[in-house]
Design a protein around this ligand. Structure first.
Ligand code: GLN
Length: 190
């Protein structure tokens, strides 16, 4: 099988940890900073960071349309700020989302930095369904809108990981643990 290459949007935020995790799984990675970096990528991770800053950078580099085009044919996983960017709607007009999945993201809805927390979430959608140590850092909340959005993981009844076909969106940071199950699940979407 052809060796897959996964891009990681690397303009700001927590891209290095995603890169390290993919490398530990033997996957080739490309740090995406400009349009031409998307060439040859089979999928993309949009990491956590600051969605307002990421919006400015994506705009400055003219990446909104190329990313939307890319999403039509390739899987994308957005984590935390990345979730906010892949959402159809965001409760903050400074963010220009890519509108790839029919959810509304509520920024910082779990509180500010001091309200960041780590908790176990159930992974019923996986064969290996033991709890996952989920790290929430100024995390967004997800309001699921679309009928075609599958809720994969919940926390206290609230969706925290959702999917629409090849687009995955997570409110937490799967790259900040040693548990590779979510990255491996993403790699199964190809
Ligand atoms: N609060 C950040 C935002 O709104 C997201 C935080 C994160 O990615 N850890 O963009």
């Amino acid at each position: 099988m052809k060796q897959r290459k996964i891009g990681i949007l690397a303009m700001q935020g927590d891209f290095a940890k995603h890169e390290a995790m993919l490398k530990s799984l033997g996957v080739k990675t490309i740090l995406v900073k400009q349009i031409h970096n998307l060439q040859g990528c089979d999928g993309l991770i949009i990491p956590g960071g600051e969605s307002t800053t990421l919006t400015k950078l994506i705009r400055n580099y003219g990446l909104h349309e190329p990313l939307r085009k890319f999403a039509k044919r390739h899987p994308i996983m957005g984590t935390c700020a990345g979730l906010i960017l892949v959402a159809d709607h965001v409760d903050d007009e400074r963010v220009e989302p890519l509108r790839l999945i029919d959810i509304t993201a509520l920024r910082n809805a779990y509180g500010t930095q001091i309200d960041s927390f780590i908790t176990q979430v159930d992974m019923q959608f996986l064969k290996d369904s033991q709890p996952f140590r989920a790290v929430f850092i100024r995390a967004p909340q997800i309001q699921v809108v679309g009928d075609n959005v599958d809720v994969l993981v919940t926390l206290k009844g609230q969706p925290v990981m959702v999917r629409n076909k090849k687009i995955l969106a997570l409110a937490f940071h799967p790259e900040l643990t040693d548990d590779t199950r979510i990255h491996r699940y993403f790699l199964e979407q190809f």
